[in-house]
Design a protein around this ligand. Sequence first.
Ligand code: NAD
Ligand code: TYD
Length: 357
Amino acid sequence: MKHILITGGAGFIGSHVVRLFVTKYPDYRIVNFDKLTYAGNLENLTDVERRPNYVFERGDICDYERVAEVLRRYDIDGIIHLAAESHVDRSIEDPFGFARTNVMGTLSLLQAARLYWNGAWEGKCFYHISTDEVYGALPLGGGHFTETTRYDPHSPYSASKASGDHFVRAFHDTYGLPAIVTNCSNNYGPCQFPEKLIPLFINNIRHGRPLPVYGRGENVRDWLYVEDHARAIDTIFHRGRIGETYNIGGGNERSNMALVRELIRTTDRLLGRPEGASERLITHVADRPGHDLRYAIDASKLRNELGWRPEVPFGEGLERTVRWYLDNGEWLDHVTSGAYERYYERMYGSRAAASGR
Ligand code: NAD
Ligand code: TYD
């Protein structure tokens, strides 16, 4: 019996990881520890919340006593740490909030695990989920991030994730804490908060609102379907080597403009609109400050050592994703009411400003 703490399990990726572990491992106890910020939503987990091997604990990873208490209460032997502030644009607005959760929160979790496990490392694992953004930016058409690429974060978000990664490795090297770090490329799929490009644009197409493309839209991201990421986490948690780093990526590079066009075609088709009807919504707005030009992952270590590879081709994943948001309009409407609307106003001044008009 494994007792696993998943932090950030009510968020986008975390909810897919919780679902996979709860359904695949009925003998494990899965404790979902989440603060329920704007990005955490227990509606993401209604299909598994009554399973006997699942429990939810609301809490802040920065609250050391609370974390230590939960580790003791459930006799936790594995931690999969996803809780984070995750949106680059928000980090530009509020860097302190990112340092607090992504650095101090990670440190609090590390210290609590170290003291609770107290040197009895056998069978224990602290698995830290990070991002490819810590590596900085690549030129268009040249090179890939490997596990040995030098860290070069540019946004407060990626700087805070990089710092968290360093603490995890420091705890491994200094105290012997059994830790693994993975750095993954951009995820997409159901239950992603509609502030990130794909769900934001699907929602805006749905409502006929402007699609604010930063700058010329030439930036390239490497997209991975979220369930493929969850499967990679499962593989690495069980078979990854302690002390190692693994890069995870989809091998699906798209410029933002190419992605937006594909998104418009798919969404218009599924909404029964004429092809290209929503192209007119594309609106170029001021670029994101410090906007990384290109991310691309070399995932050959993970493929060669552990045999993982993505299973969902990009076109299929995108269609599944668009279908999910269109079928779950209520979910979208719910999470975009109130707090999120006010945030949008703060970010862009107004919807009209976001459209450049
Ligand atoms: P998300 O923003 O959707 O979810 C984050 C979750 O963490 C939410 O449920 C939130 O309530 C919770 N949380 C935030 N602060 C907390 C705190 N102080 N204490 C406890 N819980 C807290 O994020 P996501 O996109 O699912 O990302 C999950 C992890 O994966 C993050 O660590 C992120 O850096 C990493 N990652 C994300 C992507 C991506 O494309 N989304 C890619 C690579 C890595
Ligand atoms: P995002 O989903 O925020 O992920 P990240 O910044 O972590 O890669 O953005 C993906 C890309 O889309 C990124 O190059 C920024 C761009 N983008 C826009 O052009 N407009 C938007 O409104 C958003 C949210 C992102």
